[in-house]
Design a protein around this ligand. Structure first.
Ligand SMILES: *Cc1c(COP(=O)(O)O)cnc(C)c1O
Length: 402
């Protein structure tokens, strides 16, 4: 395959609308957090159906700000998954709390059955990750959280556009079936992007206010209003804050990405279905679960290799894809395998499922900017590699006859 036609693992979908909005933002004279960020927050909030949406500089910043605003800190334990991006765990550690890694199910999401056994007197929060855009079993997690008086903060980095039991991830909901905070990512490769960026949603007005203070230098807006008689220069620092705000230049992109989100998800789902149909018949492969009671956002297409039927490992498989002009990736290197985390006692907790899944997952290109021809090329490449490296077992009838 000609190098020019290499199919990258990801390409963003940025249209003229985003370009024009960024240009007019740049010309408006207002670059940092301002009217476009306010509009983006409002529109994101109405998309997921929550009264409070706070734009932040990243999902990582969002997780740290949300956990901090909820008072999670030293002496606390936060239950999360080993099969996630490192920043889920950094955010916990940077509050001073201790991560507790609970193994995943076959679908890659945290196993709700195993969470309860991990709860101790120090557990403060559960931090589930909707891996690949497949929602976690939130009903069970919320019930557990209620029973043990725990907070729930969702890492929804993959889940913009994911629906769970008829509601968008991040929806305010009712009857206690709701998380304290949900953090989305608008990193360049995510379902929608602002280049870098994130959003926190919460049903709680007071938590939203606290997050806003922490996300902007610990400066109080209320004080700003109260003391505005001092003049427009006046503010009060009321907490140890961070610099986690999103600029209007980034929000300008987000406003238009959000409007396209549902069509992006439709395109992802269509290509995922093409992959599913093409690979279903191959015993050397296992297609990723689509879930029930949900709309999977198909952020990632995590194909599973049945390694015992293949004479090639995952690393070799990705190398073969690359040779055929297809970029692939792996999600994720389990947390305990990273040198920095591996030194920590909490990283020793068993997570066999996550370690096992890690050995055999390959994320294929899946994004709206792909063409059907490119998806067919990826399918053809995967099938070719499987045909080349399949373990040829003697036919059962022949074995008996010999
Ligand atoms: C991308 C990602 C993050 C971090 O998002 P940023 O916006 O880049 O900070 C967190 N968790 C998961 C699971 C991710 O994939």
């Amino acid at each position: 395959m000609h190098p020019d036609t290499f199919i990258p693992f990801h390409m963003p979908s940025i249209g003229d609308e985003e370009v024009r909005e960024v240009e007019s933002t740049l010309r408006s004279g207002w670059l940092t957090t301002g009217p476009r960020t306010a509009q983006f927050e409002k529109e994101f909030g109405s998309y997921v159906r929550t009264p409070h949406a706070i734009a932040v500089s990243s999902c990582t910043a969002g997780l740290h700000a949300a956990l901090s605003a909820l008072g999670v800190g030293k002496g606390d334990e936060v239950i999360t998954t080993p099969l996630t991006f490192c920043s889920t765990v950094h955010a916990i550690l940077q509050t001073g709390a201790k991560p507790v890694l609970v193994d995943v199910r076959a679908d890659g999401n945290i196993d709700p059955e195993k969470i309860e056994k991990a709860v101790t007197g120090r557990t403060r929060a559960i931090l589930p990750v909707h891996l690949a855009g497949l929602p976690c079993e939130m009903k069970v997690i919320w019930r557990l959280a209620r029973r043990h008086g725990l907070l729930v903060v969702e890492d929804a980095a993959h889940a913009a556009g994911t629906y769970y039991r008829g509601r968008s991830i991040g929806a305010a909901g009712d009857s206690g079936d709701v998380s304290d905070a949900v953090c989305f990512s608008f990193y360049a490769t995510k379902n929608m992007t602002t280049g870098e960026g994130g959003m926190i949603t919460t049903p709680s007005k007071s938590l939203a206010a606290r997050i806003r203070i922490l996300a902007l230098h610990g400066m109080s807006r209320d004080a700003w209003n109260r003391y505005s008689k001092h003049g427009s220069w006046y503010y009060e620092v009321v907490a140890s804050g961070f610099k986690y705000n999103l600029s209007d230049i980034q929000s300008a992109i987000g406003i238009h990405q959000l409007r396209k989100l549902d069509s992006f998800i439709q395109a992802r789902a269509r290509y995922a279905e093409m992959y599913n149909q093409a690979f279903a018949e191959l015993e050397e492969l296992e297609t990723p679960p689509a879930g029930t009671h949900c709309r999977h956002s198909w952020h990632l297409y995590m194909l599973r290799l049945n390694l015992s039927s293949l004479k090639i490992d995952r690393k070799g498989f990705i190398e073969q894809l690359r040779r055929r002009g297809v970029g692939a990736s792996v999600h994720f290197i389990p947390i305990p395998l990273h040198p920095y985390f591996s030194r920590m006692p909490w990283a020793a907790r068993r997570c066999d499922q996550a370690l096992n899944l890690y050995q055999r997952v390959v994320s294929l290109p899946l994004y709206p900017a792909l063409t059907e021809a490119q998806v067919r090329h990826v399918i053809g490449s995967v099938k070719h590699i499987v045909a080349t490296y399949r373990v040829r077992r003697p036919h059962a009838a022949l074995t008996r006859a010999s």
